[in-house]
Ligand binder design. Structure first.
Ligand code: NAD
Length: 478
């Protein structure tokens, strides 16, 4: 689909250039994208501004919600076709792609239902004064997304912005953006007025940088790496724009001696193999109390040994990684850990019959990983798990909080007091107790602290991120 979606129309990039779309499970080109640049961003931002001053800006909150609800129904009606597209574009197993499409529809349902339920307040003040606090859209919101969950990210970033009455300009990832483009056609069919949603595909340093530096945007939300997130925040700071950053993670699974190990083991495997570990909230550090370290790590190793990466249709634990650079990066982490003498406790398979040009990496479990090794501290963004033993509750808390990141954490223990003590002391945005939901549900506020970013998406609270507050003070005395 070598077109941009601007002002409700499909248009070629101004310079007429394209980028290849590569299937990660074969390494072969199967489509092309429009290579949007600053001139296209100008058109998209102008269309969004005009929409705010036109039919889109005049819709009631209820009508905005109805459009999103219709989008949800249309996405569900085409879910299989969209899931196949998502699986081809990202390489993920088909059952994960199906889930991602269902979740995207759920975002439209959740925020469609919520659109007219974000209320301002009336503030008691002096006699003869009437004070109301209004919630208003920011205006033109800029959205920059990564490649790992394009359908879900659209739902989580763009949909709440539309629910609150903003007009959005989206720059999805050049590595996976077909589902956001498909959602534009669905939005149009659902009755979204022209210009409310604009999508400019292209490279980060071209279209992305032009969007975040644009003089007529009012808000920026970015999901991606901490390095680019910092650049985005710097660009936005020039105009003191509000920025929401959803960045990476190195999330710990903390397993205490008294944990239900049988229950934990499946979650531990899934938390690092889901999406090939290319999940910001992947459970990439396995912290295990010394009394059960050998036993539990052996249980996890057994599961790892049975795991496999395969094509989307094979529907194994994970698919290929997104591109050759990501494969090389993850293999670099594995090689360096081996060279450091860290034992490989188990390695899964790359399923037989996959295309040799695909970007497959077998799930790998290392342990014990020294606490200061880069495998214990840095985000790999691949199916590589670092097991580390700990001694006491205090030691576990210090170790869990010891990275630059703070996105999510899991605590596995039957001790109710310990569950609460540890959860409260985690420096992160979500804590799971005896469960793990990488990223969590649509309803659950999500986001990080420290290098994982700031601001919250998902849940009802996200709607507060996508609107600003205006206090109106009226004197009504005579
Ligand atoms: P990335 O930072 O390389 O790219 C993200 C997006 O930014 C892409 O659309 C890219 O084109 C764009 N971009 C690149 N340079 C830019 C620039 N100079 N100005 C503006 N935009 C630019 O990240 P990625 O490789 O696509 O994704 C992987 C990273 O994303 C990981 O670190 C991962 O943890 C993080 N991530 C975080 C979350 C979260 O919610 N916290 C979710 C998914 C991914």
């Amino acid at each position: 689909m070598a077109k941009l979606f601007i002002n409700g129309q499909w248009v070629a990039a101004t310079r007429g250039e394209t980028l290849p779309v590569i299937d990660p499970s074969t390494g072969e080109v199967f489509d092309e994208l429009a290579r949007g640049t600053a001139a296209d961003i100008d058109l998209a931002v102008a269309a969004a501004r005009a929409a705010l001053n036109g039919p889109w800006g005049k819709l009631t909150a209820t009508d905005r919600g109805r459009i999103l609800l219709k989008m949800s129904a249309l996405i569900l009606a085409r879910s299989e076709e969209l899931a196949q597209l998502e699986a081809r574009d990202t390489g993920k197993p088909i059952s994960q792609a199906r889930n991602d499409i269902t979740v995207a529809a759920r975002y439209c349902e959740f925020y469609g239902g919520a659109a007219d339920k974000v209320h301002g307040v009336q503030v008691p003040y002096l006699n003869d004064f009437h004070v109301v606090v209004l919630r208003e859209p920011y205006g033109v919101t800029a959205h920059i997304l990564p490649w790992n969950y394009p359908a879900q990210m659209f739902g989580r970033s763009v949909v709440p912005a539309l629910a609150m009455g903003n007009a959005a300009v989206l720059k999805p990832s050049e590595d996976a953006c077909l589902s956001p483009l498909a959602f534009c056609a669905i939005a149009k069919e659902a009755g979204l007025p022209d210009g409310a949603l604009n999508v400019v595909t292209g490279l980060g340093e071209e279209a992305g940088a032009a969007l975040t530096a644009h003089r007529d945007i009012d808000f920026v939300t970015f999901t991606g790496s901490p390095e680019v997130g910092t650049m985005v925040q710097q660009a936005a700071a020039v105009r003191t724009l509000k920025v929401v950053l959803e960045l990476g993670g190195k999330s710990p699974q903390i397993v205490f001696d008294d944990a239900d190990l049988e229950r934990a083991v499946g979650f531990v495997l899934k938390a690092i193999t889901q999406n090939g570990g290319q999940t910001c909230s992947a459970g990439s550090r396995l912290l295990v109390q010394r009394g059960v370290y050998d036993k539990f790590v052996a249980m996890v190793a057994e599961r790892f040994a049975q795991s496999a990466a395969g094509t989307p249709a094979m529907d194994r634990d994970c698919g290929p990684l997104i591109n050759a650079a990501q494969k090389a990066r993850v293999e670099g982490f594995i090689r360096q850990a081996r060279e450091s003498g860290i034992p490989v406790l188990a390695q899964g398979q790359v399923a037989s019959g996959v295309h040799p040009g695909g970007y497959y990496v077998a799930p790998t479990l290392f342990g014990p990983v020294p606490r200061d090794h880069r495998l214990a501290c840095e985000e790999v963004f691949g199916p590589v798990l670092a097991a580390i033993p700990f001694d006491t509750e205090e030691d576990a808390i210090a170790l869990a909080n010891a990275t630059d990141y703070g996105l999510i954490a899991a605590v596995w223990t039957r001790d109710g007091g310990r569950q609460t003590r540890v959860a409260r002391r985690m420096k992160c945005g979500q804590v799971y107790i005896n469960c793990y939901g990488a990223g969590g549900g649509v309803e659950l506020p999500f986001g990080g602290v420290k290098k994982s970013g700031h601001g919250r998406e998902k849940g009802f609270m996200a709607l507060e991120e996508f609107c600003t507050v205006k206090t109106v003070v009226q004197y009504f005395g005579q």
